[in-house]
Design a protein around this ligand. Sequence first.
Ligand code: SF4
Ligand code: SF4
Length: 197
Amino acid sequence: MFKKVYPETSIRFNCIRCDVCCGTGPNVSLTIFDVIRMASFVNIHWRQFLEIYVDVIIADVFPFMKLSGIGKGRCPFLRFDTEDKTYCTIYKARPMKCRLYPYIVMSPSSQTLYVDEKCPGIGKGSKVKVNIEFLRRYQSELKEHYNRLNGLIMEEGYEPLEALYQALDEAYNEAKNGAEWFDLESLSNTKPLIELD
Ligand code: SF4
Ligand code: SF4
């Protein structure tokens, strides 16, 4: 169940490191920027990353990417520690969508967010709200992702998959040239959620 909220809406939340979000699905959509950051973090080329870790779905003429799941939908990057708590092996480079969870962004420009009420960490711990700076950064990456793919498909006549490969190649080259979005330190310094008490 998703509950509609606004960026200023606070919730009580404390991640208890269960496997509900990362172990069921995982329903994590990816942008070209997520893919380049993650591929670089695990030290493989984006084409190989796509083959191993990503499901590409072509709907109408648009390519969508999501993290693939193992078995009943466990994220390939999910692990359990000795106390049976979950952790993410690519935490520093995890997708933007994972960073903001249990808040969910449905659109690059909407002021509306959703909270995934199946997360058992909701209702526990401190009051938190979304960090607007992080939200804007995420939404601007989403917008750029869709704009680039739309441009390649609608204006330049690329096939959906070719457009995705072209957009990933361009982002890969930007990353090599030190693009700001590729800097994991600055991304990690922008907390997705702010504690209010
Ligand atoms: S965010 Fe929620 S569902 Fe995910 S590990 Fe934490 S408590 Fe569990
Ligand atoms: S990438 Fe990390 S945070 Fe995201 S679903 Fe996988 S294990 Fe969870």
